[in-house]
Design a protein around this ligand. Structure first.
Ligand code: NI
Length: 257
């Protein structure tokens, strides 16, 4: 069994064939999926999908790219839903937009506090913003926890994130031609700290690069990690699945507590 810990089936890319996509993934072993909200509408849609499929879960949150015309008020009432397993996608993005950094920080801080209040993991997006996000998280060491999803900084930052109690999310880019920054991370970081994710419909791995990504392609990410770490695909699947169950408390694994 493998868990896709981060994907957006709640977008219009999957409107036409959602059921087929979920079944295709299930049949090749991608048995649990965590659909990630980015604003109110996609968070509600994530919950709707999770209600329909027993093995699908949802997170609710406000992505840094959506803070301009939104606030975080919609999040708290949704956090007690039985299929909601995390807060996010939240974080900071200084690649697409820098001038609203204060609003981004405010929304991120509010979501950190909610994650602590409800004891839920944070699903964190950072782009050109690791230091700024790290700084906001440090005061909550041992209280807040979660994953730096689609990790895109360098090895030293990955070590800092782990030291603070976070997992590192690895996606399709590890399969690309020269994953310069990611390669040393996957090589050196113990698998106990790694989660695998597709971020569908974005970031399709080789050999599907440029196409719509979907959860069944997660196998390519797992295979690549196995190759880099000289482990079997079974070992990579087993450990990353265990990590996903521990962080998101998905239930159904014997060794879960
Ligand atoms: Ni995402």
């Amino acid at each position: 069994m493998i868990v896709d810990t981060h994907l957006h089936l709640n977008t219009e890319d999957f409107e036409k064939d959602l059921d087929a996509v979920i079944k295709r993934a299930y049949h090749i072993g991608i048995k649990k999926l965590i659909v990630i909200g980015m604003d109110e509408q996609t968070s509600l849609q994530a919950i709707k999908i999770a209600e329909k499929y027993e093995h699908v879960y949802a997170t609710v949150g406000l992505h840094p790219g959506y803070v301009d015309d939104n606030d975080t008020k919609f999040i708290e009432p949704l956090l007690s839903h039985p299929k909601v397993v995390g807060v996010g996608e939240t974080g900071l993005d200084l690649y697409w937009q820098k001038d609203n950094i204060e609003k981004q920080k405010k929304c991120f801080s509010e979501q950190i506090k909610l994650s602590i209040k409800y004891k839920l993991p944070l699903v964190i997006h950072t782009r050109n913003s690791f230091d700024e996000a790290y700084e906001l998280l440090v005061p909550y060491k041992d209280k807040a926890f979660g994953v730096f999803h689609c990790f895109s900084s360098h090895l030293d930052d990955a070590k800092k994130a782990i030291e603070l109690g976070y997992y590192i999310g690895i996606d399709g880019p590890i399969t690309f031609n020269k994953p310069k920054e990611l390669l040393p991370i996957v090589k050196e970081i113990n698998l106990e700290h790694i989660l695998i994710e597709t971020d569908s419909p974005y970031l399709a791995p080789t050999p599907y690069r440029g196409k719509r990504n979907e959860p069944s392609y997660l196998i390519e990410v797992a295979k690549k990690i196995a190759e880099i770490k000289a482990l079997s695909l079974e070992e990579v699947s087993f450990i990353t699945t265990k990590n996903a169950h521990q962080l998101f408390r998905l239930g159904g694994l014997k060794d879960e507590n």
